[in-house]
Design a protein around this ligand. Structure first.
Ligand code: 3H9
Length: 697
């Protein structure tokens, strides 16, 4: 008998218990243990019914993802579930925590399901580039009907126990926390009432009723928009459709074929890398797990602009009171008004209730004085990018804030050490770089200064988790990880347009790769006056900053989406960028002024220049220790800039392209185009010479 699955009898109930922390994933030991325990239960003449229950925080949370890509060891999950379903003693699955993927599929192979009211169920395989491959696509629709099964399987979203009861996925829901007691009581009832084995495979009313319906094509059409570029959601629909068109065993075969297609797709590799990378980033190199974490029960924010307001919402959303300080009352009122409007909009869309709007607003107060920061545990400065102003602010904070308060800057580029130097407590100063819109984007780039204490680093990482962000700890340099790479891509995109590409051609190459928007559409979203102001400041300071056609746009008051015209034009109320011949004309004139003869530029060149310049910079970032691991860079790009998770992040993508290919092209660009950005990173050269990848570091 395997140690991770045990069998024992309690009265008339044979209890099969899985105990495989952390999430009872269906690794080989669990699968073989389940088979052995079932056999014991079958042979136990005194067991009238069997109960499948899990120890720890959750029911089985799925197949063991770490086994994917390795040779499969028998018994396979499908065979395990078949044996459970074919048992002639009724089996009850008792669900607590999350029954996910193969876990829910196992429960669906049992004859009855009872869940705690706090439990959730789901088939999230699609988020890993897969489809439920152990009968989920065949059994779930037999219980829920086509539409709900399609929704659950193509979105991967979880369903709470109450809804699962309504959908027929579980048979009973009980309050409480003792899942074993709940399961035993239910199994006893099954035994006492002599309830029969009830196999989901034999439930046919829904599949018969919806055979040949239009729902599948409707669903595919909807996915064209929602799942752009993705492979597995469409395979999920094919698999569910098979449940309606084929007998159960044939449907299972079809599901397997489609599952294997997903397994072989590169998107599966990218998404699974993203899954683990998201979890790995919380384990910061050199920071012990036991590092004490300070309590953060109140927060101060400086600046009620778009950023400050968005940051405040994150804290109010999780019940932490926030004080926002502004210089002028009208700016404060405006900022608080926008926050309310954002919440009201969420309420209108049904995402939160009106009561929650009021509760959250009640947690946010405004002030015109730093004195109100006296007792807060964390202050986040979110004013515009100006070092002198930031230093003045931090000097004041140092005077006002209590000892132990964390002083953070939301700067997206500036030197954290210089900001910290304005205080007498640089160990309490740190960067907390939120991404716009700050209440939506999941990334929090936490920036350690050279003197930031371990306690402060650990605390800001814990804060990220608390406010449901993915925190990545990075080092201090201009632009940190994300913007440092973005600036290189931006400069290359500009150069490509100067040389002959159109903004829409550059953007299309990037969106075809899977970015939600291209470089120029993104500039329009952020406002192209931001870059203009920085260039002007540098010019005024005597720096030699090359002229740009973007400057001309700003001078024409084409500032981006906010003026309905920037690099693109926009229709009233729409965010869809429309190419504008006026801008093409302006670019053509600019080239003439600069003496540039435009040339035809291939999409491949755009891809290589925009992406490889980032990879080369990413390698320098790793070399300098600004990012600890290539997966930190991947997570920054997936959650901060919408890099497609199915490509695993830019550094993972680079490993798939081949570092030797990238290095050769970088060398070539260095020779032909020149510039520091194309000087090959020493790390890239080293990895290629050792035949290694970023993932091997
Ligand atoms: C599947 O089932 C395919 C089948 O249809 C067909 C097969 C033939 N495997 O997220 P957390 C680890 S596909 C291995 O921080 P939480 C995780 O890496 C699978 N490991 O906790 C982490 O490790 P570490 C379908 C797994 O409480 C630790 O557990 N199922 C797995 O925030 C804690 O995780 C899914 O896609 C796994 N399946 O959330 C479910 N799951 O401590 C994926 C987790 O070393 N999992 N780990 O960093 C989740 O959604 C969340 O982990 C869960 C817990 C909600 C369960």
């Amino acid at each position: 008998m395997s140690e991770v699955v045990t069998y024992n009898r309690e009265g008339a109930i044979g209890v099969i218990t899985v105990n495989y922390p952390p999430v009872n994933a269906l690794g080989h030991a669990v699968r073989s243990g389940l088979v052995a325990a079932l056999e014991q239960g079958q042979n136990d003449a005194d067991a009238k019914a069997l109960l499948l229950v899990c120890e720890g925080r959750t029911f089985i949370a799925g197949a063991d993802i770490r086994e994917f890509g390795k040779p499969m060891q028998e018994p396979g999950l499908t065979s395990v579930i078949d044996q459970y379903e074919n048992s002639d003693k009724p089996i009850v699955a008792a669900i607590h925590g999350t029954a996910l993927g193969g876990g829910l599929e196992t429960a669906l192979g049992c004859h009855y399901r009872v869940a705690l009211s706090s439990a959730k169920v789901g088939l999230p395989e699609v988020k890993l580039g897969l489809l439920p491959g152990a009968g989920g696509t065949q059994r779930l629709p037999r219980l829920t009907g086509a539409r709900k099964a399609l929704e659950m399987i193509t979105s991967g979203e979880f369903v709470n126990a109450k809804d699962a009861l309504g959908l027929g996925i579980v048979d009973a829901v009980e309050d409480g926390s003792d899942i074993k007691a709940v399961g035993l009581a239910y199994a006893q009832k099954v035994a006492d009432e002599g309830k029969p084995v009830r196999r989901v495979r034999d439930v046919t009313d829904k599949v018969e009723a919806e055979k040949g319906g239009e729902v599948f094509d409707q669903f595919r059409a909807g996915l064209e928009k929602k799942a752009r570029g993705l492979f597995s959601p469409f395979k999920c629909v094919d698999a569910v459709e098979a449940a309606f068109n084929l007998p159960f065993d044939e449907g299972m075969k079809r599901e397997r074929e489609l599952f294997m297609e997903c397994m072989d797709s590169p998107q599966r590799g990218g998404l699974i890398h993203s899954f683990f990378a998201e979890r790995e980033v919380s384990k910061v190199k050199g920071l012990s797990k036991d590092t004490p974490v300070r309590d953060v029960n109140s927060v101060g924010i400086i600046g009620a602009g778009t950023m400050g307001g968005g940051i405040a919402m994150n804290f109010a959303n999780v019940g932490i009171p926030v004080t926002i300080v502004e210089v002028k009352q009208d700016a404060l009122d405006k900022g608080l008004g926008i926050i309310r409007k954002n919440y009201e909009n969420s309420a209108k869309k049904g995402r939160i209730t009106q009561q929650q709007v009021e509760e959250r607003m009640a947690l946010i107060s405004g002030s015109l004085t730093y004195d109100d920061f006296r007792d807060v545990d964390l202050v986040i400065e979110a004013v515009f990018e100006n070092m002198a102003i930031k230093k003045e602010i931090f000097g004041k904070l140092d005077e006002v804030c209590k000892p132990g308060a964390i002083l953070a800057s939301n700067t997206s580029t500036l030197d954290i050490d210089e900001i910290a130097s304005a205080t007498k407590r640089p160990e309490d100063v740190v960067g907390m770089h939120f991404f716009s819109p700050a209440n939506v984007m999941k990334l929090l780039e936490n920036v350690r200064g050279s003197e930031t204490s371990d306690e402060v680093k650990a605390t800001v990482m814990a804060v990220a988790k608390k406010i449901k962000k993915v925190g990545v700890l990075v080092g201090n340099c201009h632009g940190f990880v994300g913007n440092r790479m973005l600036h290189k891509r931006g400069a290359e995109a500009m150069a490509l347009v100067n040389e002959g590409a159109s903004p829409q051609q550059v953007d299309k190459v990037l969106t075809d790769l899977g970015y939600p928007m291209g470089q120029f559409a993104m500039s329009d979203l952020a406002g192209i006056d931001v870059g203009y102001r920085i260039r002007e400041e540098r010019r005024n300071a005597g720096e030699d900053v090359a002229p740009s056609w973007m400057d001309k746009l700003v001078e024409m008051n084409r500032l981006g989406q906010k003026t309905q015209a920037g690099v693109y034009k926009y229709e009233e109320g729409s965010r869809k960028p429309i190419p504008d011949p006026e801008v093409d004309q302006l670019i053509a004139e600019f080239r003439k002024e600069q003496g540039i003869t435009p040339r035809e530029i291939s999409d491949q060149e755009i891809l290589e220049r925009c992406m490889y310049v980032m990879i080369n910079e990413g390698a320098k970032i790793l070399e300098e220790g600004i990012a600890d691991r290539s997966l930190d860079i991947d997570v920054v790009w997936i959650y901060g800039y919408g890099f497609p998770a199915y490509r695993g992040g830019p550094m993972f993508w680079a490993d798939q392209v081949g570092l030797d290919t990238i290095l050769n092209t970088v060398r070539n660009f260095h020779d032909t185009l020149g510039g520091q950005q194309w000087k090959p990173a020493a790390l890239l050269e080293k990895l290629v010479s050792e035949n290694k990848k970023f993932g091997d570091l």
